[in-house]
Each structure stands twice: as structure tokens, then as C-alpha cells.
Design a protein. Structure first.
Length: 120
């Protein structure tokens, strides 16, 4: 998401106001319109550069996401191929990251208190 600067927008509005003055105001030797404009321009340039880099990073992120999804599909395919070739109970399937059928835990049912109920 592009970054915006409320401070920069305020500076632009104030500079527009300063430019509307018929004579340059005197705010002292360090607060000149030129120095103010320079600072606003510097921030605007850096902000534009930052946003360009951010756009480039967004493109990189999209490419990485696509490559990751592709590799995830390959992960699934390799495991499935190993299961098809060697069986889901084989050591080879386990070496590929699968869980052998014999190693899976069987769910246990919890008994009810008081024994079985009779249907009436």
C-alpha cells in the first residue's frame, strides 16, 4: 500500500498560500519560503522513491507467492506418487514425509457413564 503524508499535503497548502501573498512575508532569516519549499520537495521526492520501491517489492511478493504455491503442488504430487508407487504403509512413503498407515493413531471412543442405555 502506498504511503501518503498528511504533513506534505499541509505543506503544499501552506506553500500555495504563501505564493498567493503579493509580497514575500518576513518570518526571519531561517524561515524562508525557499527553504520551506526545499524541505517539502525533499520529502515528496523521498516519498515517491519509497513508493516505487514498495511497488517493486509487491511484484516480488506476488512472484514469491506464485512460486510457493507451485512448489506446494509439487510437494503434494511427490507424496502422492510415492504413495502410489510404494504404498501408504511403506518406509519409502514415510521417508517422503507421509505417515504410514500402521503409525496412525486410531480414534478411541469415550464410554458413557452408567453403561448402555436401553431403548424404550
Amino acid at each position: 500500500m502506498k504511503r501518503k503524508s498528511a504533513v506534505l499535503e499541509t505543506a503544499k497548502q501552506r506553500l500555495a498560500g504563501l505564493n498567493a501573498f503579493s509580497t514575500a512575508p518576513d518570518f526571519g532569516p531561517s524561515l524562508t519560503k525557499a527553504a520551506y519549499q526545499t524541505r517539502a520537495t525533499t520529502l515528496e521526492t523521498r516519498l515517491a522513491s519509497y513508493n516505487e520501491k514498495l511497488s517493486s517489492l509487491d511484484d516480488d511478493q506476488n512472484e514469491i507467492d506464485g512460486l510457493e504455491e507451485e512448489l506446494n503442488q509439487w510437494n503434494k504430487r511427490i507424496l502422492s506418487a510415492g504413495e502410489a508407487a510404494y504404498g501408504s504403509g511403506s518406509s519409502e512413503y514415510e521417508m517422503l514425509g507421509g505417515t504410514r498407515t500402521s503409525d496412525r493413531r486410531r480414534p478411541t471412543r469415550k464410554g458413557t457413564k452408567g453403561g448402555p442405555t436401553s431403548g424404550t
